[in-house]
Write a new protein. Sequence first.
Length: 287
Amino acid sequence: MRFLFFAFIILSCLFAQSQVKMDGIWQGIMLRDGAKLSEASVIFLEVVTSDKNLTGRTREEVTKSDSYMIQKIKGSIVDSVTIKFKQYVTEKKKATPKNAWIPFEAKLSFDTITGYLSGTYTQLAGRKTGGKITMYRSTAEFSNTDMIMLHQSWRDVFIQDLNQHRKAPAIREWERKNFVFEPIYFDYDKDSLKVEYQAYLKEMVRVVLDHTDLRIKITGHTDADGSNEYNKDLSARRAKSIQDFFMKCGLPPHKVVTDFKGEEEPVDNNKTDNGKQRNRRVDFTFI
């Protein structure tokens, strides 16, 4: 079971590395130096690469406003995970006297673990102030119209994700789909959780917390020793011990569903010690 847990982590890293392709649309936030995260503005980035060269566009939007600026960019690929570019010509804009759109240059790197494209930017005129850009791969199409690309409520969700140290949406979805479930086994007539399973369960908690619409179902089981009534109660206590551990790890009660089957759903023969051990378990599934 430990092997499968660490194999899952390794596969997650390999997946992320295999997806390093800068071309496409990215969406995220710009945070000027000294500003609070809640003050971040919206930015979209269109990237087109050819050999070591990079072209495309940026679209900056003012939060809770219809003001925007689209600028063409040009730059280069620094290495397998890093790009740099600068804005050099305004393509279209809708601004107000309060907006001071100043071209900038940026250097961004892709984190193969978190799935974020992030780095720093520096303005090319004025006081040449700067800040940080953090983005993730977008499913939206780049817009050069007056309509905002996406309802800006996604910005608040993204800021919450960053505050909670969550990975990019594509990485989180891959982890959910590829999570390897393994039973948690118990000693004879016991309902206490063994320490050796805690790391695996904490990883399961992290995956569930990374999805607002995801819950985990816990199902307790026993071997066939004892009465059916006693085994029902024992399987319920085993499921409860896992639920209690999840709660200690910060998983809200509404994210957990428990069930217990007693001896009704064995996965092995109850006539052998090894078979009984495999039946003394708790199973999991995402719902």
